[in-house]
Design a protein around this ligand. Sequence first.
Ligand code: HEC
Length: 257
Amino acid sequence: MNMIRTALVAGVVAVTASMTFSSANAAGDAPHAPEHHWSFSGLFGTYDRAALRRGFEVYNGVCAGCHSLRLVAYRNLMDIGFTEAEVKAIAADVDVPAEPNEEGEIEDRPGIPADKFKSPFANENAARASNGGALPPDLSLIIKARLNGSNYVNGLLTGYTDAPAGEEVPEGMYYNANFSGHLIAMAPPLSDEGVDYADKTKATVKQQAEDVVTFLTWAAQPELEERKRMGIKVILFLLLMTGLLYVLKRRIWADVH
Ligand code: HEC
């Protein structure tokens, strides 16, 4: 009996300790991403279509110079409101390697809607060589790959500041208040009026960050709206079912006093 009690106490202590330590670890010294209100958050949230469109313009005009988006195809843009003609034009704007011709040579051809977004670099080594040794990660799933992803990337894009007095920033590194360790090899990618929005929205850094994060969240979770719609339907169904069962129960037990 005593042995069992000792074993139980030891177990509880071990579990509590591991929970305490792992949560301390998870918090780490990484800065906490600033909260932001998103069109797509909450039970009824949906992607703001205008923000998605502008976000694509930011990705295409700025981020695509260094970051690939390998899991997204040009035709996926039709899901967020681009017309077929627009998608054809966007795809045709890039050159992609064609199938080998009769001599076995690979030439370029204009992109088509079924092509995946073209990567800016031929391979990882080329990407590192152009970025002082640092690798710009593929952005297709970055929102899922980082804790609290949308807020995190938004914080990162708007977190560039001067380093505190006395802090050394090495050559090729930049100070960012919201990056773990504060030193990042990505130069501040956004600047006011850095893109010309087709809808004439004023392109502040804050606006561009919000738009491109909306776009990248869609890229990582294109099924988000469908998932929420389904969730609401399930809840409605369960409520209806509960009501029906309640009425049924009243009927069945009506004569029992
Ligand atoms: C000139 C090249 C360049 C451009 C343009 C650029 N990036 Fe980066 N980015 C990098 C490099 C290099 C890294 C890796 C930094 C490091 O590891 O220190 C990086 C890292 C990142 C990361 C990962 C940070 C992390 O937590 O590891 C995100 C997210 C990101 N960039 C988003 C963007 C977005 C969004 C844009 C467009 C608005 C953009 N980048 C434009 C070069 C670039």
